[in-house]
Design a protein. Structure first.
Length: 369
């Protein structure tokens, strides 16, 4: 499983970018909720170790376990539905062998690995009705389990990552355009239905979040409260921010105007304390990590490597866009974490494991760009 690699082929740039973003996250978490900073640091150290170890294992060998990844993921998500722990009205966590974690986060990585091998094995016949149908059928159970938790944001992220995987896997442009021709009107119709008072497609609180996004002034003291305060916090930071762990009385964070600022709204804390400079730094790092993964995907020795790297690029890029879009009011409140920055050990470790695979893909690339 271990191979001989050249040190000069190791993607130290990607490692540095990921570490830089994580360190910013550790500082931000420490300011948002100091009691969680040590746990985040421990997660960073463990994640870094797992990333380095996995980067030296031949991904081609590990991908032979792809069906084990899929079945294991299915079992974990099913256990959440049966015996998962409920927090804040959502059943997303499970405890096994004394360790509590969130299988919907590990699902993102496990499914990328599963499809990388599955699509490469059937790449010559991917554009047949049979294989496209199989790929779609296999993604439905994880999406259904995660949606029922309820966890709409992760369902959306996973669906987007699946689309990226299929496109990189070689899905024909004619099929892509045909699907888009169907999806766009269906999306418009679905959104119209969702906005109706008696709709049953999504839960009531999810509908209220969309309405609060469309009409924030009508929900200023309820559902739009956090987003409006988040925008206020980011704007109040101006160019350089109010300073790390600011004790300014008017601070949105200190006034507890944002619940759980260490997770979904960590970007607001960064904006308030580090200003425009801090938020731009985070955005640039997310973009650079995404682009670096895409560059690795272009140079991969095989299709499986391309899918792994592109899948991680899609995951990090889209989830980052979703989180920042929510905190700045560009998107409805979906409750998704900011990759490598928000507090959450399962999310952090899963991302580092994914980057470990990307690094190994990079070590076996055909040639340098």
């Amino acid at each position: 499983m271990l191979k001989q690699y050249r040190i000069r082929d190791y993607d130290f740039k990607l490692v540095l970018l990921v570490i830089s973003l994580t360190v910013i996250g550790i500082f931000a978490v420490g300011s948002a909720k100091e009691s969680m900073q040590k746990t985040q640091i421990a997660g960073f150290i463990l994640g870094l170790f797992l990333m380095l170890v996995l980067s030296l294992f031949d991904y081609s060998v590990l991908l032979k376990l792809n069906w084990l990844f899929y079945i294991g993921n299915f079992v974990l998500l099913a256990l959440v539905a049966v015996m998962g722990e409920t927090k804040n009205g959502a059943q997303r966590w499970i405890e096994l062998f004394g360790i509590e974690f969130q299988p919907s986060e590990t699902a993102k990585i496990l499914l990328i690995l599963f499809y990388a091998q599955f699509i490469m094995k059937h790449k010559e016949r991917l554009n047949t009705f049979k294989n496209i149908g199989i790929c779609c059928i296999l993604i439905l159970p994880p999406l259904a389990f995660i949606f029922k938790q309820p966890n709409l944001s992760t369902t959306i992220v996973l669906a987007v990552v699946f689309c990226v995987i299929m496109f990189v896997g070689g899905l024909h442009w004619k099929i892509v355009s045909s699907v888009l021709a169907v999806i766009v009107p269906v999306f418009v119709i679905t959104l119209t239905i969702i906005l109706q008072p008696d709709q049953s497609l999504i839960r009531g609180y999810q509908q209220t979040r969309i309405l609060a996004w469309l009409h924030p002034e009508e929900y200023a003291t309820t559902e739009a409260y956090q987003q409006l305060n988040s925008i206020m916090a980011i704007g109040s930071g101006q160019l350089e921010g109010k300073g790390y762990k600011t004790n300014v009385i008017s601070s949105v964070k200190n006034g507890n105007f944002i619940s759980e600022p260490q997770t979904d709204f960590i970007f607001a804390v960064i904006g308030e304390e580090f200003g425009f400079v801090g938020t731009c730094t985070v955005i640039i790092l997310v973009i650079l990590i995404t682009l670096e993964c895409l560059l690795v995907a272009r140079r991969a020795k095989d299709l499986a490597g391309s899918i792994i790297a592109a899948g991680m690029a899609g995951l990090i890029g889209f989830q980052g866009f979703l989180n920042i879009g929510v905190t700045t009011g560009l998107l409805p409140n979906t409750g998704v974490t900011l990759p490598f920055v928000s507090y959450g050990l399962t999310s952090l470790l899963s991302l580092y494991i994914g980057i470990g695979f990307v690094l190994n893909v990079g070590l076996q690339c055909k040639s340098k760009y």
